[in-house]
Ligand binder design. Structure first.
Ligand SMILES: CC(C)(COP(=O)(O)OP(=O)(O)OC[C@H]1O[C@@H](n2cnc3c(N)ncnc32)[C@H](O)[C@@H]1OP(=O)(O)O)[C@@H](O)C(=O)NCCC(=O)NCCS
Length: 148
């Protein structure tokens, strides 16, 4: 892989999914249903991990998902997913969910969580993924972490 290709991988790995919060996505309080939020976050993590390794990936773990604030019906949500760490075959993806009222420029962090996805080969077995660049490495446990 050339340096230019590598740069493309890096820039492509930060993933945004943007959704309007419509009534079909809410609970009876007219705020975003938590299960829907987690589904969107997992989708963002899935795309981010896929763009990182360009292989089939599956979710093997979701860490704590913290809901900081309710998300009103009629909001815009921007899910931001980034690769935080890579192992041999796994990628840890952090997902933030930012909320914007439709009629205002401000945005607030409503929710964040962490997901671990594994790359699979044609036999559905774990297969290696690209490591994070060395300048972002931390720790000596075989896990490469980004300084985010
Ligand atoms: C993905 C799968 C084939 C991996 O099989 P496995 O026997 O766990 O494989 P390994 O033990 O070699 O683990 C592979 C990697 O996943 C990591 N991993 C596995 N389970 C994990 C968990 N619960 N939490 C965090 N990491 C985990 C391992 O640490 C390893 O990472 P590394 O290679 O970077 O060190 C298997 O777990 C699976 O099919 N799970 C179901 C996935 C799925 O259907 N997800 C839901 C829908 S997408």
């Amino acid at each position: 892989m050339s340096a230019g290709d590598r740069q493309d991988v890096m820039s492509g790995a930060e993933t945004h999914l943007v959704y309007p919060v419509f009534p079909r996505d809410t609970n009876h309080y007219h705020t975003l249903f938590g299960g829907m939020a987690m589904s969107w976050m997992d989708q963002a993590a899935f795309i981010c991990a896929t763009r990182w390794c360009r292989r089939p990936v599956v979710t093997v773990h979701s860490g704590a998902v913290d809901f900081h604030a309710p998300v009103p019906e009629g909001s815009i949500v921007d899910l931001v997913a980034r690769v935080r760490a890579t192992g041999r075959t796994s990628m840890t993806i952090v997902v933030e969910m930012w909320v914007e009222p439709m009629d205002q420029f401000e945005r607030t962090l409503a929710c964040q969580g962490e997901f671990v996805l594994v790359a699979l080969d044609a036999q559905r077995q774990p297969t290696p993924v690209p490591a994070l660049p060395t300048e972002r490495v931390g720790g000596d446990d075989g896990v490469t972490r980004a300084t985010v």
